[in-house]
Design a protein around this ligand. Structure first.
Ligand code: G6P
Length: 740
């Protein structure tokens, strides 16, 4: 749009320039014409008056002369007359010129000196006048002069009129031209291009129904449309071939899984059964700023993992609407198509009251279950009123799901995470035909730790409503089975890892979650220039370390900062040469524990920086705000080392994202031994985050690792993620669910 306005502006400037130049010439010509006319008329008038004045002048009849002058005053354009003697003295003058006779004297004197008419345009009492003096003679001698003053202001009036009318014409022309340009751009360029984009998008999505934009109406675009139609045809062919290949690939589990292969798998294996994804956190949050509504993708490992599956399979994702612009973007059924820029599936939002959110989300989920499941030495808090809200909100989610699956046969309902532990039972009780799975993204602690939860039996029973209970690791599965055996009555099969309760069997299985690999949408930043980014951030350093986390006490951020301090103390050569960038997304900030943690991180950054600060360099830069995924990918690509130092983590997808981003096979990952990811990413430098000395040594090793070693390690880690990406994760989970 900016460019269009710029083009219109340039055209208007050019037109204005032409009009002004033309008007200037017109005004000059008109001025000359009017002046010459006035001069001619003045000479004629002066000559005819001279005939009357001259005899009286010779007869020295001053009175007669004055009478004569008074008689002619104010006639037509004649503003006045003055008669001078040959010494330049005034003999008679019109009343209107009395004040100005001295100013006019010079013209008369020049006329007498040259014995010829003399005229000039002058400003008299703010009025433009034309003064013309003609000499008076007596027997051939110059004895005086008659001067007439003609009103010349009409010349300026006329010239102003020309300017005004030309500028008005310019304004009208410019407005009409602007409107015409905008309409032409809209009809001839914008609309056809929009049609083309829609057409191409549909081709990319594999929508065969979309017709090509009408060829006849688009004269300019006809060749382009033809070419694009051909490209679309080739794209479709390639898609069909890819589908065929994906079908062949279905038989071989070891060939890499792709979005396309998952689509084909879903069609073949699920036979078009609809998938309903359910989670607390939504994949797109809309926010309001003035009149504009924007959206962002929240910092959530669960969202990172699940979103690509939904993009591949379509279906519906039910989640809590949490943005202040969320209500403004849904339809009357609280639904909208997402991703907003390229819709592929439906998001259905559930609204919670403040009280519900406080008890269910901040309270029981994040002050109770979160610290309970993470062994990070933060005490869980269990409040009866929070538990009541948790039950109520889980019921609200279940009711919404049930109404969505009302008319759907054997739906597949995949529930995500610890916020919705009671939902599987609620669904299964009402719809035994539904295939229900729950995936626990966070760790499941040992049975003894879990036993402190006052409502442990209800939680376990809620989860066991599912046909399939997924955890990140085998250890978490074992912990869960052990907890079940300890807390409730059921039949356990340790070999098959199943729990039978009230004749319903739940399979318990590990599914280490992953991310989309490769991820073309996130690799948009592939061509970025790291030096430019560093310059824009005013960072001058040799080595870069990066950490990307929600501001959460389980992530080991304080331990990481301490390790950086140890590293710099032990290896001072890196002072001024190593900068650690911590990207920290604010999280759950209404909870006191999180507020305290954020303050502690800020203080620690300040403390370590004060220890080593040198000129404009400091060791740690904290960016405490939400970053887009593209921005984060730029930091991954920039880093020599990425630090993941969680005290306890179900999986930690930051580790996998860093590896995915490094298609240059460079960079080193330092990874906590307490993450789920450590079981797969064995080529990371593995550390115990509680051991600062060890982490400091790992930073040194990482920075000094030869490029060849870096490449070897990175290649192997990329191979692992490529082979077990999110498409394979969901295929394996779904395969089990449909066969139960
Ligand atoms: C973890 C949980 C997710 C959660 C995410 C962000 O990764 O497993 O379920 O979405 O943290 O936390 P939030 O409370 O902002 O959703």
């Amino acid at each position: 749009m900016k460019q269009i306005f710029a083009a219109v502006f340039v055209i208007i400037v050019i037109i204005s320039f032409i009009v002004v130049a033309f008007t200037l010439t017109q005004v000059q010509q008109e001025e000359q014409r009017l002046k010459e006319g006035l001069e001619q008329r003045s000479i004629l008038l002066a000559e005819s008056l001279k005939e009357t004045v001259q005899p009286n002048f010779i007869n020295k009849s001053d009175q007669q002369l004055q009478k004569l002058i008074d008689k002619f005053e104010d006639k037509q354009r004649l503003a006045g007359m003055v008669i001078y003697d040959n010494k330049g003295e005034t003999i008679a003058t019109s009343s209107s010129l009395i004040a100005n006779v001295l100013k006019t004297q010079k013209i008369a004197e020049e006329a007498m000196d040259s014995d010829a008419v003399n005229g000039d345009f002058v400003e008299l009492t703010n009025e433009k006048m034309y003064l013309l003096a003609t000499p008076l003679h007596d027997q051939g001698n110059v004895v005086g002069a008659l001067m007439i003053a003609q009103d010349a202001s009409y010349i300026d009036t006329r010239l102003n009129e020309i300017w005004k009318s030309n500028l008005l014409r310019l304004f009208i022309q410019a407005s009409l031209i602007s409107i015409a340009i905008l309409l032409i751009i809209r009809w001839l360029i914008y609309e056809p291009i929009r049609g083309l984009v829609k057409f191409l998008k549909s081709a990319r999505r594999g929508d065969l129904e979309q017709k090509s934009p009408s060829l006849s109406t688009n004269f300019f675009f006809r060749p382009l449309i033809k070419e694009i139609s051909n490209i679309r045809g080739s794209l479709m062919e390639a898609r069909i071939t890819a589908n065929e290949e994906a079908k062949l690939g279905l038989q071989k589990l070891d060939s890499p899984w792709t979005e396309q292969r998952l689509k084909v798998f879903i069609k073949d294996v699920l036979k078009d059964r609809t998938i309903f994804m359910v989670s607390n956190r939504e994949p797109y949050i809309h926010t309001k700023k003035g009149r504009t509504i924007n959206y962002y993708i929240p910092a959530s490992g669960m969202v990172t993992a699940i979103e690509p599956i939904m993009q591949a399979c379509g279906g519906m994702w039910i989640a809590q609407g949490s943005g202040d612009g969320d209500k403004l973007t849904v339809d009357q059924n609280d639904k909208l198509k997402v991703p907003p820029d390229e819709p592929k599936y439906t998001l259905k939002r559930i609204w919670l009251t403040e009280k519900e959110e406080a008890g269910y989300y901040y309270g029981f989920s994040n002050e109770g279950l979160w610290p309970l499941c993470h062994i990070a030495y933060t005490r869980p808090t269990f409040k009866k009123e929070d538990w009541e809200e948790y039950k109520k909100v889980n019921g609200k989610f279940a009711q919404t799901i049930l109404s969505e699956i009302k008319n759907i046969e054997r739906p597949i309902v995949l529930i995500q995470d610890f916020q919705l532990a009671l939902v599987p039972r609620m669904i299964k009780n009402s719809r035994p035909d539904a295939s229900v799975g729950i995936f626990w993204h966070i760790p499941w602690p040992n049975s003894e730790s879990f036993s402190v939860c006052p409502w442990k039996k209800e939680i376990i029973d809620g989860i066991l409503g599912a046909d399939l209970v997924g955890f990140q690791t085998q250890l978490h599965c074992n912990n869960f089975i052990e907890t079940v055996s300890r807390e409730i009555e059921s039949l356990l099969d340790f070999e098959q890892l199943t729990v039978t309760r009230n004749e319903h069997i739940s399979f318990v299985k590990p599914f280490p979650i992953s991310i989309a690999f490769p991820n073309p949408s996130k690799e948009k930043s592939a061509n970025f220039d790291p030096r430019k980014l560093l310059k824009s951030l005013n960072i001058k350093t040799k080595y870069i370390g990066v950490g990307v986390d929600r501001l959460d006490y389980t992530k080991g951020i304080l331990e990481r900062l301490k390790a950086i301090e140890i590293f710099l103390k032990k290896y001072p050569a890196y002072i001024g040469n190593f900068t650690f960038i911590q990207i920290a997304a604010p999280s759950r900030s209404k909870i006191k524990e999180y507020q305290k943690f954020t303050e502690a991180v800020e203080k620690e950054v300040e403390r370590v920086n004060n220890l080593f600060r040198k000129n404009s360099w400091k060791p740690i830069i904290l960016f405490k705000r939400h970053h887009t995924q593209e921005e984060i990918y730029q930091f991954y690509k920039l880093a020599n080392v990425c630090l993941v130092t969680s005290l306890h983590d179900g999986m930690n997808l930051v580790a996998k994202e860093f590896v995915t981003a490094r298609n240059d096979n460079k960079g080193v990952l330092i990874l906590s031994q307490f993450t789920g990811a450590v079981r797969e990413l064995k080529d990371a430098l593995i550390i115990n985050p509680y051991n600062g000395e060890q982490t400091a040594e790992a930073i040194k090793t990482a920075l000094e690792l030869s490029p060849l070693e870096q490449t070897k390690k990175m290649r192997r880690m990329r191979e692992v993620i490529k082979n077990y990406n999110i498409y394979r994760w969901s295929a394996e989970l779904l395969k089990i669910i449909v066969n139960i």
